[in-house]
Every structure is written in C-alpha cells, then in structure tokens.
Design a protein around this ligand. Sequence first.
Ligand code: ZN
Length: 320
Amino acid sequence: MSCKKISLITTLLLGLIPFSAQATSTPQKETAQTTVATPHQKLKIVATFSILYDVLKNVGGERIEADVIVGPNQDTHVFEPTPDTNKIILGADAIFLNGLGFETWLERLIKATDYKGFIFDVSKGIQARTVIDPDYGNKPVFDPHVWGDIKNVMQWVENIKNALIDIDPEGKAIYETNAKNYLEKLKALDESIYKSYQDISDGKCKVITAHDAFEYYGAAYGVTFLAPSGLSTNDEPSAAEMAELIKLIHKEGIKTIFVENISSQHLIQQLASETGAKIGGTLFSDALSRPDQGSDTYLKMMQHNTKILLSSLTCFAKKP
Ligand code: ZN
C-alpha cells in the first residue's frame, strides 16, 4: 500500500526481560508514528502463527488483509523460514508476534528480508511465567504459551486494537466494535471453562502432554500439566527424564495421556506402552487445526481441549 511504512515497536517487555538469550525479539527500534489508511486500502497484516492470526482477524475484520507465517498444525518452535515466508513478510504493513522468546527465527528473517514495516509484540502487559528449563542451560526463561489462559488473549485483543488504531486511525470505531464483540465471547468462554473444572475437578488432576505448553491453562483453570519435552519441542528428553515421568505416572495413578497436534507422537506412545496409560486424544497446543479438524479458531481450540481433558474420566474425580 502507499502509506508510509514505519516501525512501531513496543518496548515495555524489553525493560522487564532479565535474560538476553530468551528475550522477546524486537528487531527494529524506531520512534512510533501514525499513518492513515484510505477506505479502499486494507492493511496487510501478518501474524507469526495461526492462533494469533485468528485473533487478529477477529479484531481487524474487514479493514485488514491477514496472512500467517506458521500455519495450522505447524510447530513455531522449530519453524524454518522459506522463500515463500520472505514474500509474506515483504508484502506486509505490520507483523504481529507473540514474543517472549517464541519466534526465535523472526529476527533473522527480518534482517534477511530488510523488512521496514511495523512490528508489534501482542504480549505487552501480560504477566509472563518464568521457568528454569534445563534445555536453556538452567537459566530462567519466559514461558511463551500465554494463550493457554483466555484472560491473556483478552490482553492481546486490547493490544492489537490499540496497535491497529495507531496504524489506521480512520478504522478506530470498527476496531473498537470488533474488539468489544470478541472480548465478550472470550470472557464468556473463560468463565465457562473455569466453571466446568470447578464443578468436577478436585483441583489435583494431573495431565501428561508432549511438551510444556499448558502451564497457563493449568494455572487459570486448576489442572497440573506434566511434559517430557520441556518448553520447546526441539529437544528430546533424556532417558533419565523419561524414567522419572514413568515413575510419576505410576505413582499418581495417571491413566490417560495426550498427544499434541504439533508434536511427534512417539514420546507419548512410548510412555503409553511403558505405563499402560491410554492416549486420550489430541490437544491443540501451539497451533490451530485445519478447518476440517474442528479446532480452526482460537475459541474452538479452547473448547476442544477442555472437552477432551474433561472427558478423561480416569483423570477427574467428580466432587462428592
Ligand atoms: Zn510450545
């Protein structure tokens, strides 16, 4: 589009990050300015991954033309940009990312393509968990999987709305209406999921997944998640870590474990065969599904994950 391209960088998180290795990537630092889109020029917005892409479309509506870098069922942790990725970036007015060390490849991509548009970190203002992960040299790192708690996605929506209004002030009323409508749906689902766990779980339920993507979900709704692969999917657990998990499955009497749409199933299958636990279904962790798989929006993904977790009756004991 013809509007002047500039960089809008959110710096809030940068100041809070105590560890450089996993710092949120904000490759360009320039003074924020605003520019105006004419009614006939849709903003070209790129989301780094499919969950964020869906949320962006809900806020931007008809005023934006959205694209996504890491699509359905794909793993952002181990993504490798291709020449097609470069084309997506170069056509964009703005790139929206989760940050918190999730898109480790983005800074390289920005440099390689000499991208000069807006870059916006949607996790600004979210209280991120920090964890000590052996895969990262036992240093504290942010857990990037903030979307597991719907309240964090409500913060994304506020941030996205404000960013879009900065870039395209003429669309203010539309962005505000879209955000308000979507926030109502998010709030209703958040309350409904919370209530469904309150009704049947004693709060001590433990669930095994392939990688550590559900800590925010667990904290928000009262479930403990355990995972052999840690925060990222790019490191295999050691034999000792697997043995530890097998011991835990027996000790806790865990009867059902879950695979994820983005992860290899072999670790979970190995755990199932060595412990006798059954595989309870597929959780959508870091990516939405294809449309034919029924979890192709963030709202549907959260409903699906909750439904299959709750249906794991060996895991949840009904309150007396
Ligand atoms: Zn992940």
